[in-house]
Ligand binder design. Sequence first.
Ligand code: NAI
Ligand code: MG
Length: 368
Amino acid sequence: MANPSLLILPGDGIGPEVMAEVRKIIDWFGAKRGLVFDVSEDLVGGAAYDVHGVPLADATMAKAQEVDAVLLGAVGGPKYDKLDFSVKPERGLLRLRKEMDLYSNLRPAQCFDALADFSSLKKDIIAGLDIMIVRELTSGVYFGEPRGIFTEGNERVGINTQRYTESEIARVARSAFELARRRGNKVCSMEKANVMESGILWRDVVQEVHDKEYPDVELSHMYADNGAMQLVRWPKQFDVIVTDNLFGDVLSDCAAMLTGSLGMLPSASLGAPMANGRPKALYEPVHGSAPDIAGQGKANPIACVLSFAMALRYSFDRGEDADRLEKAVEKVLADGVRTADLMQNAGETAVTTSQMGDAIVAALDASL
Ligand code: NAI
Ligand code: MG
């Protein structure tokens, strides 16, 4: 059987720096676990614009459609801020998400014990937290028509439209139920069915998919504003949360920050199954290109490393190896290894991006 294929798009700023550490880990799995990937690397974002005049070349897009998974660093930076909207670095990422039809965005919020003090919440509220937010990513108010700024009488009016079809809701609901079966078997669906018709449909369709296809999974519904409160009050009540694009944008940022630094947060964006049964998939850290620290060896590579762990789990069915990698990260943190963004106390010294990567590889070695 052919090796699984990975397309690596390091992008801009700290993207290439954190990706270099993930390359070490990919090589480790090849050498020590017999998990050899066909890896290709290409340009995205400003890096692609510099060479091709567009933030994602057609050939790169075609390649992304063919591979088993795409791993992306980050895009953007001040150098590109004045570019026309149509060629901004972010458009490269949006094109990938749109053309691969990645409708299910997975954002875990997981607390590593060694960093429990790092949260703005009390330790007993956060310790052991492990929840997953599933955000619908390709529809809803960010895409609905009509949209625009119009003139009505003598004033301007800004319009966006929340629009969801039944099938759009059903497919992301299925993705959440499938995930729940591999975790705590519990889904909480969030909308505002009290004030929005699209929310009423959301609630109905999620319930129908549940009753027909996933009656074994525990399902509850919650208004999204209450959901925000509950996330901060007692986040451990949740396992999987499924919600629309807009609420998911806000709730996933809120949940993620429960656990500490932006440098720790991975994500996956999944689409429909391909011919080989694997979902279309893009894995990327939540953070951006961090121009303020780029080129200084300060970036925390863990978000990108954990994104690769998600790839092992969700694209390559290597849950044990994903666990192994997450445990290696946990061990390194427990040993007190910290990049600058994870420093809490005066007197601690930070390791570089590359030293953090090496420490994770050493912990992987120790796991054998
Ligand atoms: P950012 O996530 O790049 O940085 C926010 C803050 O967090 C900065 O102080 C940065 O130094 C720190 N930070 C981020 N990642 C870190 C890491 N791995 N280790 C240590 N510290 C880290 O967000 P910002 O500053 O709003 O945006 C910078 C650029 O990135 C912009 O051009 C923006 O458009 C782009 N961006 C790209 C994203 C992507 O590629 N998915 C997502 C968010 C922003
Ligand atoms: Mg956001």
